[in-house]
Write a protein that binds this ligand. Structure first.
Ligand code: F3S
Length: 423
């Protein structure tokens, strides 16, 4: 090993990348990776087995972001490890049908193509682990997208910090990330013991619990006790996404469930405790923290919450979740827009099982590639949204400008069928 500046040590190959021997694109990527290493006090870089890149929506990137990507691609930068991509701002095939503008679609397609030029697999999903990018226990990866980071660390036991868009791409181009934060054993120990004393049964209950614990944890690592019986991968996905949104939690452990929870030293000796015995404050907050009262349904009695769009698939849905919605719809017609967002590859699997046709027969849409939070929702005449996702309920009002109702999957399906949020 050769010593770099400060405490960071770089291998001969890493030094060579930094010196420009692999071209200016790789040099720029190594400059980013090594600069982050120095900022965070890392002593070495570690090879990564996969990368998840975020920063895809043209709404957030704009022309400056697109130019940045194209320039990097023109410098012959290419990813060295399997790299998947976060959701875009539209369904890349059905954007017109959903009501998005041609001008936005044109620029969004250009962004996705630029990532393709860099060698990124343009998967456009926040659940890459459902389509083959599922790192194993102990593997180092560099993932952006907070819910995916939480899932990779907690449910799969892989190791990643929450990367930003450019840092994830730089890790993909160099095949390295700096060894700090959640890559290190000592930072994976829990410092907040969470005892759950109330029933936590549904996906939205798990989201509500995650919302409360995230607020308390503030980037710390929680260790849950009292949850094991109700856990499933879908519920853990909802729990982690909610904690990531409300408290930037990138890793949690659940006693008897998650892969690292059994480590003898997993609970730090100096930890705090937090008891959750009531989820109602979370439901109240997710329905009102970010949203003024919804539009009234008419004069006088029967003041009702009208819903324009019901959104499932935050994080992106798997087949089990679509199946559940189809079952609850029971061939009834929806009165609102109903979107289930997912990876295109999962949509193809759902289509093969007749699930897409079943949703469409009820008037809903199975939408690929996109996320409501980063979509140009102002282009559509939609004002109110219902979702069973705590992350969605947290982010939609400030980022997509819609008012939100948060509740169970059953409530959301009823809202879709009646057009009204159930009392
Ligand atoms: Fe995924 Fe968007 Fe939700 S990126 S986790 S669908 S906010």
């Amino acid at each position: 090993m050769m010593r770099g500046t400060l405490e960071l040590e770089l291998s001969a190959e890493e030094q060579s990348m930094l010196a420009g021997d692999f071209g200016p694109g790789v040099q720029k990527a190594m400059e980013i990776v090594s600069a982050l290493g120095r900022i965070y006090g890392a002593q070495r870089l570690v090879p990564v087995s996969s990368v998840q890149v975020a920063g895809v929506s043209y709404r957030n990137l704009g022309e400056a972001g697109l130019d940045f990507l194209l320039k990097w691609a023109s410098q012959s930068a290419r990813v060295r490890v399997p790299t998947t991509l976060n959701p875009a701002g539209i369904d890349l095939q059905a954007w017109r049908e959903l009501g998005f503008s041609e001008s936005f679609a044109h620029r969004q397609v250009a962004v996705v193509e630029a990532y393709g030029q860099l060698g990124v697999r343009t998967t456009c999903t926040c659940t890459p682990y459902l389509i083959g990018n599922a790192p194993r226990l102990g593997e180092h990866v560099a993932w952006a997208e907070s819910s995916a980071v939480s899932y990779a660390n907690s449910v799969l036991g892989a190791r990643t910090n929450r990367e930003g868009g450019p840092s994830a791409l730089a890790a993909a181009i160099t095949g390295r990330t700096a060894a700090y934060g959640l890559h290190l054993d000592e930072n994976r120990r829990a410092t907040l013991r969470v005892t759950v004393r109330c029933p936590v049964r549904t996906i939205s209950d798990f989201g509500a619990l995650g919302y409360l614990v995230g607020k308390e944890a503030h980037s710390r690592v929680p260790y849950f006790v009292g949850l094991e019986e109700a856990c499933s991968d879908i519920r853990l996905k909802a729990l982690g996404a909610a904690m990531a949104a409300s408290g930037a939690v990138g890793l949690y452990h659940v006693e008897g469930v998650t892969p690292e929870a059994g480590r003898v030293d997993i609970l730090a000796p100096h930890h705090e405790t937090f008891v959750v015995d009531d989820l109602r404050p979370a439901y109240a907050a997710l329905n009102s923290d970010h949203s003024p009262p919804l539009a009234g349904g008419g004069e006088g009695e029967g003041h009702e919450d009208r819903i324009d769009l019901v959104w499932f698939g935050c994080p992106h849905a798997g087949l089990e979740e679509v199946t559940r919605v189809v079952h609850l719809l029971a061939r009834r017609q929806v009165k609102t827009a109903l979107w289930i967002t997912m990876a295109r590859e999962v949509r193809e699997r759902a289509a093969a099982k007749g699930l897409v046709a079943a949703v469409e027969a009820s008037g809903g849409q199975v939408v690929a590639d996109m996320c409501v939070v980063v979509a140009p929702m102002q282009e559509l005449d939609l004002h109110t949204l219902a979702t069973p996702s705590a992350k969605g309920a947290t982010y939609v009002p400030p980022h997509a400008g819609l008012q939100v109702r948060y509740g169970t999957v059953e409530q959301c399906v009823e809202a879709a069928v009646t057009g009204i949020w159930p009392p």
